[in-house]
Design a protein around this ligand. Sequence first.
Ligand SMILES: COc1cc(O)cc(C/C=C(\C)CC/C=C(\C)CC/C=C(\C)CC/C=C(\C)CC/C=C(\C)CCC=C(C)C)c1O
Ligand SMILES: C[S@@+](CC[C@H](N)C(=O)[O-])C[C@H]1O[C@@H](n2cnc3c(N)ncnc32)[C@H](O)[C@@H]1O
Length: 307
Amino acid sequence: MLISSRIVQSSLVNVPLRLPRFFTQARRVYKEEEPSTPLSPTPEQPEQKYTHFGSKTVLKSSKQKLVGNVFSSVANRYDLMNDVMSLGIHRLWKDHFINKLDAGKRPNSTAPLNFIDVAGGSGDIAFGLLDHAESKFGDTESTMDIVDINADMLKEGEKRAMEQGKYFKDPRVRFLVSNGEVLEEIESNSKDIYTVSFGIRNFTDIQKGLNTAYRVLKPGGIFYCLEFSKVENPLMDFAYQQWAKVLPVMGSMIANDYDSYQYLVESIERFPDQETFKSMIEKAGFKSAGYESLTFGICAIHWGIKV
Ligand SMILES: COc1cc(O)cc(C/C=C(\C)CC/C=C(\C)CC/C=C(\C)CC/C=C(\C)CC/C=C(\C)CCC=C(C)C)c1O
Ligand SMILES: C[S@@+](CC[C@H](N)C(=O)[O-])C[C@H]1O[C@@H](n2cnc3c(N)ncnc32)[C@H](O)[C@@H]1O
């Protein structure tokens, strides 16, 4: 019997797991650790909080630049590396994310939606959301702000829009270089849908990013996040950890960049687990917060509503 690709696809994205009790793992707690060898503050550098850059402890003021260097370095091989590292499964995650949100101006509605895709990079989610709104609801009016702190990554998005002949120099679509933790150009209470995909993990202050998402959303607006998370099944976690060890080697061989992919692996490890991140979403003020783990918890979709 031919197994339809959709059955295979859905089994790779969302595996209904009934874990026996002895399989459950203690939840790893996300916390900012003080540096093991604290840099003593100098007169030029008053006491500064530290943060992590992957597994390294760095001055908080330097993280944004370090992350910027990483994404400027990976930008031109970003799409290829995603397919290689995830065996193409990242596409299934993103399709599921877009279909589950199912956003678009309904035919009987007069008000187009205002989307913002933060850390939008090469446009996978932003373009996918607009395509979905148009194909499912005939929506060609909703607007999209694609925001990213890194101009090189945004250039990849603009290049794709130009090559595909869609959304380039489109009055509905803006490409904005801006920090997702602040979004100073975005008015409060102005957006209907806020999405962030594989981006918030890289923020210097994740809670600040969530608080800003809350600020820019309208009452009734939806926060929607796709991010790496914690693998709940110990056997799958073991296999995943072995795979993760290979990612920097792939980065070195394909993109000539071992360190950026070592950072990727370490940043995934540092990101809070599903429940902890849900609590952070609630702390920002969102209600009805929830999540869905995908592919054994390799990543998860989290959401919340601004009431
Ligand atoms: C610097 O930061 C980044 C740089 C960059 O270029 C991209 C990103 C964003 C990254 C992604 C969107 C994808 C990254 C991919 C991974 C972290 C790997 C995910 C791994 C898998 C989906 C496969 C896991 C493999 C195993 C568990 C090994 C055993 C199983 C198989 C080989 C068969 C496949 C079966 C399953 C997957 C269940 C970035 O942040
Ligand atoms: C792995 S890429 C994700 C791109 C895209 N959302 C996707 O799903 O493929 C992470 C993106 O987050 C961006 N980023 C990191 N820190 C950011 C910040 N503070 N504000 C906005 N974007 C940020 C990076 O520049 C990069 O483009």
